[in-house]
Design a protein around this ligand. Structure first.
Ligand code: OGA
Ligand code: MN
Length: 204
């Protein structure tokens, strides 16, 4: 079975999938450099959650800073990645009749000690987000470095089903609407590219 079929099988069976081989290493390595460049240029902003939370509470809930990939800051690496992601999106549509018609991605950096409490990626305002993708860009990551992504059962959000270390080039894909997940605090800066395949309303 090839890597892509394995991903589809896992998604069909569990609503999540992890692959260490799907994203070619030159691609994720160049994305790491692009991400560091954006960071060094001061283009990251602290991520936001709902407006009802104070700033101090917010940082306890969600501790990352992000930088959106836009046509303006998309260098060659971003173009290559977006082309790669688009092929995956079309394959998913063929496989699952998924109706995924757009994508959005941001780089994310968690400082040491930061994480992201349990949440769903699809909330009331943005039901267009259908599939979540996280690609880890860390150069190296040890078992003791923390920062695991924990996935919880769609049927019981107290039941942990998987704990995933953010290893270099590892890709995690999961259903945005039903998979509760959490980022555990990390002990070194944690870099990733995170995004969503969406089903946006297309006017008739
Ligand atoms: C998110 C998120 C997971 C991760 O940005 O919504 O849950 O492993 N990220 O970085
Ligand atoms: Mn999330």
């Amino acid at each position: 079975m090839d890597d892509r079929e394995a991903l589809f099988d896992s998604l069909a069976a569990h609503h999540w999938a992890v692959s260490d081989t799907l994203v070619p290493s030159p691609l994720y390595e160049s994305l790491y450099h692009a991400c560091r460049q954006e960071w060094d240029a001061g283009h990251f902003r602290e991520a936001r959650i709902g407006r009802q939370h104070s700033d101090s509470l917010r940082i306890e809930i969600r501790g990352d800073s992000i930088c959106w990939m836009t046509p303006e800051n998309a260098g060659m690496e971003a173009d290559d990645f977006l082309a790669w992601a688009d092929t995956l999106r079309q394959d998913l549509n063929r496989e699952f009749y998924a109706g995924l018609n757009s994508a959005e991605f941001h780089f994310a950096r968690y400082s040491e000690g930061r994480g992201y409490k349990k949440h769903l990626d699809q909330h009331h305002q943005n039901t267009q987000r259908r599939l979540s993708l996280v690609l880890y860009l860390n150069r190296q990551w040890n078992d003791t470095d923390g920062g695991e992504l924990c996935l919880y059962s769609p049927d019981n959000d107290a039941a942990e089903i998987l704990r995933i270390l953010p290893k270099p080039g590892r890709l995690v894909v999961f259903r945005s609407d039903i998979i509760p997940h959490e980022v555990l605090p990390c002990v070194q800066p944690r870099w990733s590219l995170t995004g969503w395949f969406r089903s946006d309303h297309v006017p008739d």
